[in-house]
Ligand binder design. Sequence first.
Ligand code: CTP
Length: 242
Amino acid sequence: AARAGRVEFRNVTFAYPGAEAPVLSDISFTAEPGQTVAIIGSTGAGKSSLLGLLPRLYDAASGEVLLDGVPVTRLDRAEITQRVAMVPQRPYLFSGTIGHNLRFGKPEATEQELWEALTVAQAADFVQDKAAGLDSRISQGGTNVSGGQRQRLCIARALVTEPKVYLFDDSFSALDVATDARLRRALKAKTADATVIIVGQRVSTIADADQILVLDKGRIVDRGTHEELLESSSTYQEIVES
Ligand code: CTP
């Protein structure tokens, strides 16, 4: 059987309600199970908007977003959340314990599953260091953990649900380069069969992707591997050098 988690955008155009100019124009790409597709581009290029179309935070104005060949507009929310986990740009922790937060998408997860997810997310150490471990309280909005810890807890929360598709929106930006590298190595091993779409600002975060999409003003202006884009894309070169 074909592995699940294939994502396809077909000529997708999108504008925010009330806005005239489209934020995304004619976006087409495919991400296969086992692949990592990275999206890079300047601020406001439309990267977060693109990710949001898969879990239906918004719907395309024209074109189609398909999950395993089915337009997401024909799937119900439960079917989508079962298969797709998104770590948003400003990941949110709610008031409760670390365990509550990690079990958000899978209430029945065992402690062992939580620790496995924390280990991959490079968060096991700091949770272990807390006297109450998984029972440590998180304050509303996660204000009593650092930005990098918040990102890692939210990555762990996504891992717990074992989705077919991971969407990471700039999820590694608050991590130092070494932690970022360790996390992505562990993630790669853990999510080898999954489809990973990752928005990244740092070249080291995206350089090993199977395909990189260079987004500019809502359009894919270039695509390829890191090596190919270094040769062919002046926009990519500018981003790398900045
Ligand atoms: N936008 C909007 N309404 C929203 C979110 C975004 O009108 N609710 C607009 C933004 O002002 C921007 C464009 O949509 O002009 C693209 O935004 P976004 O997809 O967030 O761009 P990113 O490439 O993700 O930008 P960043 O790197 O800054 O996160």
